[in-house]
Design a protein around this ligand. Sequence first.
Ligand SMILES: [Zn+2]
Ligand SMILES: [Zn+2]
Length: 74
Amino acid sequence: MIIPCDTCGFPSSEPLKITYHDKVGNYCCFECAMTLLAPVCPRCNCKVVGHGTYGEHGETFCSSHCAQLVPSPN
Ligand SMILES: [Zn+2]
Ligand SMILES: [Zn+2]
């Protein structure tokens, strides 16, 4: 069965099937999966594809460095 990639639409006979937040997606490659699924660091806007660092309000930062640089909202 040919399934189109959720990110780019590329048809793949062996897509990566990834379940994330109870939603199943089909991707042609890891890059497409990361493009759609990876959280974005609110400080430097890079894709967080590693463990990342969680902020006080549930944000995902790429590193503890970025997490410390974000000013508190009050
Ligand atoms: Zn794709
Ligand atoms: Zn960052």
